[in-house]
Design a protein around this ligand. Structure first.
Ligand code: NAD
Length: 357
């Protein structure tokens, strides 16, 4: 059956980079019989300008009905003074919460051709290939009660609640184990079980779920050590799974090991592997409309979409290999350019990936 993909280009460089990902998917429809229908709609500031809200109800309904959503980026100077309730980012948050996207997958993958772009020594990061699985809808960012209260002595006190239920831990653990099964079968679960009871339970449940995946080698690591190991010896990791807050921090740390924001894809999945796919970067208003942006993070997000939601691992790999070939040819957008490379535009990069498929 034809699968439905909702494309939400968004703002800033969003329309430019998603156009290149769509170009790649269109090429695969012709060359490899990829059976998808793509429909476009508005999100973020672009939706606000037309509907007065950053995500119209009809768009939300289309997203829920689709097999996958491919998103560019939202936000920009034009909408910064809007009331917080209608800012472009609210469109993203609504998509994540109403689609129940509890699992965020962020690969930190370094193409060997770009090893010199990292701030770490090339020998430390060359060959880096980590997948961080972050729980996205629970933990301390959502726990109740929360707030700022005044104590009897008149002093104010801020408080949040770090909670995870067994079912929340179980479902994110399954996502991580399944991802590990498709990779090198090594999983590191990150917690602070020596101090926080909530992560003591986390560790216990991860060990329970592990029994269903005997081929996966499981390690537990305290978050402070994980932060250190990521810069000391990042290549020891294959898949890492952790809660919302630790994942927020560690995934940014890991992504920066690769040194290139324009290369990093992401996926956010629900319980049925339906998901939303987007580059890890923002809408880059400083270079919007100039055909300068790097479309590879969005093209690689489309590859993740083929892998996790559309059941086409073969085509995901095909895209990833094509990106490798293009980098071998020395083609670079400005963000990953160094002396001696061939500087190309956003659309030239997309054309080159299509040619390399
Ligand atoms: P940003 O990621 O948009 O840009 C940071 C820097 O990286 C800029 O210099 C930009 O030119 C560059 N950059 C980013 N993506 C690039 C690409 N593909 N190719 C080449 N260069 C690229 O972050 P920011 O400047 O902090 O935020 C800009 C806007 O994006 C804000 O409105 C912010 O709220 C929004 N934002 C959106 C998302 C999202 O849609 N998921 C995420 C982060 C920020």
């Amino acid at each position: 059956m034809t699968q439905q993909v909702l494309v939400l280009p968004g703002d800033g460089i969003g329309p430019e980079i998603t156009a290149e990902a769509v170009k790649v998917l269109e090429a695969l429809k012709v060359s490899d019989g990829l059976d998808i229908d793509m429909t476009e709609d508005l999100v973020g500031g672009a939706a606000y300008d037309v509907h007065g809200v950053p995500l119209a109800d009809e768009t939300m309904d289309k997203a829920k009905a689709a097999d996958a959503v491919l998103l560019g980026a939202v936000g920009g100077y034009k909408w910064e003074s809007l009331d917080i309730s209608v800012r472009p980012e609210k469109g993203l948050l609504r998509l994540r919460s109403e689609m129940e996207l509890f699992a965020n997958l962020r690969p930190a993958f370094l193409y060997p051709q770009l090893a010199s772009a990292s701030t770490l020594k090339p020998e430390v990061v060359a060959g880096l290939d980590i997948l961080i699985v972050r729980e996205l809808t629970g933990g301390i960012y959502f726990g109740q009660p929360r707030g700022i209260r005044t104590l009897e002595n008149g002093e104010r006190q801020g408080f949040n609640t770090y909670v995870y239920s067994e079912s929340e831990i179980k479902r994110i653990a399954h996502v991580a184990f399944q991802a590990a099964m498709k990779r090198n079968k090594k999983l590191t679960s990150v917690d602070k079980a020596n101090v926080l009871e909530v992560t003591e339970l986390w560790r216990e449940i991860v060990d329970d779920v592990a029994k269903e995946y005997p081929e996966v080698e499981v390690k537990h690591m305290y978050v402070d050590n994980a932060a250190m190991q990521l810069v000391l010896n990042p290549k020891q990791f294959d898949v890492m799974v952790t809660g919302n807050m630790f994942g927020d921090i560690l995934s940014d740390e890991a992504s920066m090991l690769t040194g290139s924001i324009g290369m990093l894809a992401s996926a956010s999945l629900d319980a049925n592997n339906k998901g939303m796919y987007e580059p890890s970067h923002g809408s880059a208003p400083d270079i919007a409309g100039q055909n300068k942006a790097n479309p590879l993070a969005t093209i690689l997000s489309a590859a993740m979409m083929l892998r996790y939601s559309l059941g086409r691992e073969d085509l995901a790999e095909k895209i990833e290999n094509a990106v490798g070939k293009v980098l071998d040819q020395g083609l670079r957008t400005g963000d990953i350019y160094s002396d001696g490379d061939k500087l190309v535009t956003c659309s030239e990069m997309g054309d080159a990936v299509v040619a390399a498929l």
